[in-house]
Design a protein around this ligand. Structure first.
Ligand code: F6R
Length: 614
């Protein structure tokens, strides 16, 4: 949530910061702002409600000359989105400006204490309190900015990535992080800051992933310096950024979401690449292979995640239970962290997160580690916090996902769970070699079967017109199709703002069936699997109550075709692989309904891609 950018160097500071903010808009887009320090030391701050394009319009004709700057795109936590609450925030004497991603939990306490010393506050934000505190310490102690920042952060409880600049100093940016991401890009005679590497990918691939409680001192003409809150210097480790500029562009598609849906044959190929071994005999994930004993002896697996990643985790549970005969539980990370969970060192906790930065999932990892569990991460963003906080893990390798609604990350996560279950089954000998070989062969065919499924695009586009103005939707599935129903409903609600409920199909008769009438369309995920006959009865129950049905069925289905109002036929695959195929038409259906309704598909209201606050 919230994106921050910074730059010091000889380039065009304003352009670099604005372009950087546009890349980070997926993190929040309710307001944006920029602080620029000119060669003569003037500190100019411009900020406005709305997207970065509004900020650009606002800045037109203003003085944007600068030697360094920091900028911010906001997802509001404290105070409504408005010009005044937008970042950067000033200290009271106007000498300091700050941008902040995260939340200061003890801000009220600090605010009260500062008020007693006569500080005045002009915004509703927690961030303003931090910059006032830094200024207060700096003035009281007549110290350097870096010392004031160190001292202030010692008093702060919460999560933050911050960058601070001061008037009359066109040569220094101070930044710091705790529980919110911060990456430094090192170029020739220039240094960049970002919530991730996207703002500066075209300038440098040399990056430093800032660690928790590290302060970054960026001074023109001097090497980058990292210190802790006690001023102890730490080594600067430079990594390579694994990102290319073309991955950040729409490539001719009207929206990132559509591009990402259509990318899935490629992203699934990338996800599988190098993991199928012995000429297709089996798959092996390195993270599993290098921890064979842990997986052999595991007592129980607990999967923690949020949102779409939680839906992928429900599928992970079925895959691992079915293939490896290990007991699996799936928990919302936000509930797990406060549930006093019973965990032993015989348990494995798997944390799943596309962004690798979700605050609740990170907190769940910390608890699992404290209790002695081996923690395994499944993530997409290389170098993000979750892969660094876990004992081992697997990247899904689907490339940057920019559309806020997750699509290719979901199928990548499910594919990784499939390969993880097969790897563990191989180690534990819970599946025959023949079964593993057959499933591996199917896995290799999945990318082309996804391509075939994407041919439904036109049919779904037409179908979407019939349902554009529906006010409610029900999504039903059983077994492997139940998490797909949950995911389908989530996709629809988050981008079209239509109320949608996902349910296990058989649960419907215990209550939700009361909602069924001609105004309530139901999407039923009904591929040919061992529960097919059962779901046919559920279809009949809805039909006899006047509900209309869109069914996702296996090619050649005749029974549901007779009953449903619309069928979308998908290629036949083994039951455990159906979710990757059946989720594709649901992604397209939500996309087109949202587009028909004129919604901002890539940046739906109130949402952000990376949820770094509780
Ligand atoms: C929905 C969506 C969210 C995320 C959730 C967790 O389309 O993207 O529900 O899945 O916020 O995010 P990650 O996977 O980054 O931990």
């Amino acid at each position: 949530m919230c994106g921050i950018v910074g730059y010091i160097g000889n380039g065009n500071v304003y352009d670099i910061l604005i372009n950087g903010l546009k890349r980070l808009e997926y993190r929040g887009y309710d307001s944006a702002g920029i602080a620029l320090v000119s060669e003569s030391g003037d500190l100019n701050v411009y900020k406005t409600v709305g997207k970065v394009s509004n900020l650009e319009n606002f800045c037109a004709g203003k003085n944007t000359d600068a030697k360094l700057g920091i900028a911010h795109t906001r997802w509001a936590t404290h105070g409504e989105p408005c010009d005044n609450n937008a970042h950067p925030h000033f200290s009271e004497d106007g000498n300091l400006a700050i941008v902040h991603n995260g939340t200061i939990e003890n801000y009220q306490l600090l605010k009260d204490a500062l008020s007693e010393h006569g500080c005045k506050f002009y915004t509703e934000t927690d961030t303003e309190v931090l910059v006032q505190l830094i200024e207060y310490i700096k003035n009281e102690n007549k110290c350097e900015l870096i010392d004031a920042v160190r001292s202030a952060l010692k008093q702060v409880i919460g999560a933050y990535a911050i960058a601070v600049v001061e008037k009359n100093n066109p040569n220094q940016i101070i930044a710091a992080r705790k529980s919110s991401p911060l990456v430094v890009g090192i170029g020739e005679d220039e240094v960049f800051l970002g919530s991730d590497g996207t703002p500066f990918v075209e300038y440098t691939k040399d990056v430093v992933y800032v660690k928790d409680e590290e302060i970054v001192i960026i001074r023109r003409g001097e090497p980058l310096k990292l210190v802790d809150f006690d001023n102890k210097e730490s080594k600067v480790n430079v990594d390579r950024l694994q990102l290319s500029i073309s991955q950040l562009e729409k490539g001719g598609y009207p929206h990132f979401m559509l591009k990402e849906i259509f990318e899935q044959p490629i992203t699934l190929t990338d996800c599988i690449r190098g993991r199928v071994v012995n000429a297709g005999e089996h798959v092996m994930l390195n993270g599993v292979f290098s921890n064979i004993d842990k997986f052999k002896e595991v007592n129980r697996i607990i999967i923690v995640a949020c949102g779409t990643s939680w839906h992928a985790s429900l599928l992970g549970k079925s895959l691992i239970q079915d293939m490896c005969q290990i007991a699996v539980e799936v928990e919302y990370a936000s509930e797990f962290r406060y549930s006093n969970p019973v965990i032993t060192d015989k348990d494995i906790v798997i944390a799943v997160s596309q962004s690798g930065e979700t605050a609740d999932t990170l907190a769940a990892i910390q608890i699992a580690r404290q209790k002695g569990a081996f923690v395994y991460g499944i993530s997409n963003v290389v170098g993000s916090s979750i892969p660094r906080e876990t004992d081992s893990g697997t990247y899904i390798h689907v490339g940057p996902e920019i559309g806020v609604a997750s699509t290719k990350a979901f199928t990548g996560q499910v594919m990784v769970f499939t390969m993880l279950a097969l790897s563990v089954a191989k180690i534990k000998n819970t599946l025959s070699d023949e079964t593993i070989r057959t499933l591996v062969n199917w896995i290799l065919k999945i990318p082309s079967l996804v391509t075939e499924t994407l041919n439904l695009d036109d049919q779904i586009k037409r179908l979407s017109l019939i349902y554009t103005y529906a006010r409610n939707f029900m999504y039903l599935g059983r077994g492997y199709s139940y998490p797909v129903a949950l995911e389908g409903a989530l996709k629809l609600k988050e981008i079209s703002y239509i109320h949608a409920e996902g349910y296990p199909a058989a649960e419907m008769k215990h209550g939700p069936i009361a909602l069924i009438d001609s105004e309530m369309p139901t999407v039923i995920i009904a591929p040919k699997d061992h529960l097919y006959e059962k779901i046919v009865s559920n279809v009949q129950q809805i039909k006899s109550r006047g509900g209309s049905i869109i069914a996702i069925v296996t090619k050649g289905d005749t029974v549901i075709k007779e009953l449903a109002d619309h069928v979308l036929e998908v290629p036949e695959v083994p039951e455990c692989l159906t979710p990757i195929i059946t989720s594709i038409p649901l992604q397209l259906l939500s996309y087109y309904i949202a587009v028909n309704r004129g919604k901002d598909v890539d940046m739906p209201r109130n949402l952000a891609k990376s949820v770094t606050v509780e």
